[in-house]
Design a protein around this ligand. Sequence first.
Ligand code: G3I
Length: 361
Amino acid sequence: MRTTCTAIRSRTRLRLAGALAAVLVAAGVATGPAAQAGEERHGRDSTLAELAQRHGRYFGSATDNPELTDGAYTALLGREFDQITPGNGMKWYATEPQQGVFDWSAGDEIVDLARANHQKVRGHTLVWHSQLPDWLTGRDWTADELRAVLKKHIQAEVRHYRGKVFAWDVVNEAFNEDGTYRETVFYNTLGPGYIADALRWAHEADPRVKLYLNDYNIEAVGPKSDAYYRLAKDLRAQGVPLHGIGLQTHLALQYGYPTTLEDNLRRFARLGLDTALTEVDVRMELPADETKLATQADWYRQLTEDCLAVRRCVGITLWDYTDKYSWIPGFFPGEGAALPWDEQLRPKPAYFAIREALGGR
Ligand code: G3I
């Protein structure tokens, strides 16, 4: 009995030491040899990725090529996450800068990094109205011409990354806020059928890769997510290869938390679809303060719990993990502090909230 109690006490001490070491390591505090030994034993299973894996999910981050020269940044990227998404490197302007001339260098660099860190890659994105090359936007196309251009681009890229990415955002941001189709060059020239065509062409080029439609402001049940629900139902009924819906999840404290997120994830699951939170960040009006950071932490906790509550929500990807490389200040002047690590790569309350939601300490 005494032996058992001693063993339990010493296991508890070990766990506490491990948890403390993990917190210190996460906080960037230098730890001594004993604490490092603790990290060896306990730290390895305490990354966000490993906590998420216990639930059969991945936990990822976007990243971008210019950031990869930052050693402290890449070390944390490689350690904490089991999935990465190229923020720009697989977009049309980067991959087909001249018509029919493909440049895979940026995307390949991300894939190589992922392989070195045993991470999987979400492909982002094949068809989007933004960040298109000038040769495509600079002239008019007949429907036949544009269909051929689109098919060639999709199939070249999907073939190139076959076996290297596990999922593709095939079409990105196809709808307006009111649920009408966004009038992009693809919609205007080809009609709404371009979405089904894009999915079919991608599937032809890699029958194993998971194919997603991806958009922002579709976390809550509402006109825009309803449009995806109707389209997804339709595409499934027609046997079009659609496997998932990506909810970008660019949230902002001033607009409130999307309280119907879990219900929304559930209704897509009932259609037989996976879902993923693909570009998560929670921005705020600057300056950040303790109250805002605490609310932000609650939102990160809640969105993690919402995903975990629905079996078909397969994973969560931050739209980069540190405020140092966030897209927010550049696009929303006066806003920022959106990610779980600050500009010095120190974990914020949001980081600890995610850990807790994943069942870690
Ligand atoms: O490549 C040029 C470089 O040559 C130039 O010196 C520099 C000067 O500003 O700009 C560089 O281009 C920037 C590009 O990212 C690559 O770094 C653009 O200005 C900048 O606008 C662009 O921003 C990207 C944005 O998409 C464009 O809409 C962000 O990095 C990227 O994170 C963001 O990602 C999107 C997702 O793809 C879709 N969902 C929304 C999300 C956030 O906007």
